[in-house]
Write a protein that binds this ligand. Structure first.
Ligand code: F0G
Length: 419
């Protein structure tokens, strides 16, 4: 029950450090946060969450970006590249064609390395420094590797990234490469890469910075805090729903945790909590399957495929944190086709918002749920777009128009344009 919206504020255990500790979501065992490296519970292997003696309200936040929310984070400063404070775009034509009262696009592609992963890494790499580790590692469909490479090098640490060979978009590999990560291409999918990184971490060979790391999700909570603050400012109300693409379900878990902490602080009423709505690609939709079946556990899909390579994931490791979030907020999960994802990518681009395919899944999902009547026409919705268009230039070029050859003189160009 510790993951319900109305959970009591937990008692502060003796191993807390300045009001911060780690707690198992399954058995409730508690651990000191910065003494030893730990990702899951020593007793039952359950997922860990960062817990706090006190939760801030909106009045406590000051400054800009992720560290504006330091009072809601495990450390007061991090290894920063000025992440967060991303735009919340209006998209009037999309709003009209989908048919809801308001749609706003929270474009996480506008972070320093072009995805929301930077919010997690600024906290995660700071914790790595606190723990005194010197080698960082992640499995990745691309964006995590780009962010880890950038923040790891900024923090002066060695970085290893394991990528599924041939399945990572060009922009992301280029980023990891130039920021100095060792790129290990695995002959297997993302889930196989994560299995290996977990083994390496267990053997003490590297500090794991996938979203299984509870500290990373703390940084990603700030997406939710920014959306809520902006809606309150613009509409004098919180959003009815937040729609987001789902891979490992880290963001879903992080947003839910942000809401729970605001409820505990008395800054958000339970009735005001936005409905968390996850979107997956049809070819990689284990979370959708679990939500549709009302299951408590997710079945691992061994064969996954989608053009949205960032969310080509069959084993969403944060499902035990994310499923209660979808359920308790009255949200849902939906699968969309690759064709619908490309269409949504074009729709966003036609309003000046350039996103990678996985990001566009949120808009495709909203359109589908509105058409099915699951989303009402009076809802105000925030859609999360998680990565920038330039991350996957091949997908963008395939979805866009082709260059047209013209002669090198003005009349010839004019002639061509007029025909
Ligand atoms: N969108 C993008 C662009 C992503 O890169 C990811 C995850 C997600 C959505 C899914 O987020 O895991 O929190 O549900 N990318 C990871 C990576 C797996 O390695 O870059 P989630």
């Amino acid at each position: 029950m510790s993951l319900s919206l109305s959970a009591e504020q937990p008692a502060v255990p003796a191993d807390a450090d300045d009001g911060v500790w780690l707690e198992c979501i399954d058995c409730g065992a508690t651990f000191a946060p910065f003494e030893d490296v730990r990702y899951t519970c020593d007793d039952c292997d359950g997922l860990l969450e960062v817990r706090y003696a006190d939760h801030p309200t909106f009045d406590d936040f000051e400054g800009r970006g992720v560290w504006r929310y330091a009072d809601a984070l495990p450390l007061s400063e991090g290894v920063t590249a000025q992440e967060g404070a991303t735009p919340l775009y209006e998209v009037p034509r999309l709003e009209e064609s989908i048919g809801v009262q308001a749609v706003r696009i929270k474009h996480e592609g506008m972070n320093p390395t072009g995805s929301f992963k930077d919010r997690g890494m600024t906290v995660g790499v700071a914790v790595a420094t606190e723990l005194g580790v010197d080698r960082l590692a992640c499995a990745s469909t691309g964006n995590t590797s780009a962010a880890l490479a950038a923040y790891g090098s900024r923090g002066g640490m060695e970085t290893l990234v394991l990528l599924p060979a041939g399945k990572v978009a060009a922009g992301k590999v280029a980023q990891a490469s130039l920021h100095g990560a060792r790129i290990l291409e695995v002959d297997g999918n993302f889930d196989a890469c994560l299995d290996i990184v977990q083994d390496l971490a267990q053997q003490g060979e590297a500090y794991l910075l996938n979203s299984l790391n509870p500290f990373r999700l703390e940084g990603q909570k700030t997406i939710g805090l920014e959306i809520l603050e902006a809606f309150r400012e613009d509409y004098d109300a919180f959003p009815d729903r937040i729609v987001l693409p789902v891979g490992n379900a880290g963001n879903t878990a992080a947003l839910y945790k942000a809401f729970r902490e605001l409820v505990q602080a008395g800054a958000l009423a339970e009735s005001e909590v936005p409905k968390l709505t996850g979107v997956q690609a049809e070819g990689a939709a284990p979370m959708v399957e679990a939500v549709e079946n009302g299951a408590d556990e997710v079945r691992r899909w061994d064969d996954v495929e989608t053009r949205a390579t960032a969310i080509r994931i069959g084993n969403p490791v944060n499902a035990p944190k994310a499923l209660p979030g979808i359920r308790e907020t009255g949200g849902t999960a939906v699968a969309v086709s690759d064709a619908a994802i490309t269409e949504a990518q074009r729709d966003l681009a036609s309003e000046g918002v350039g996103v990678e395919p996985a990001s566009a899944a949120s808009v495709a999902g909203l359109r589908k749920l509105r058409a099915e009547g699951i989303v009402d026409d009076d809802e105000r919705v925030a859609c999360l777009t998680t990565g920038h268009l330039l991350k996957d230039p091949d997908a963008a070029a395939a979805a866009g128009s082709d260059p047209e050859p013209v002669p090198a003189e003005t009349d010839g160009v004019l002639d061509h344009v007029q025909n």
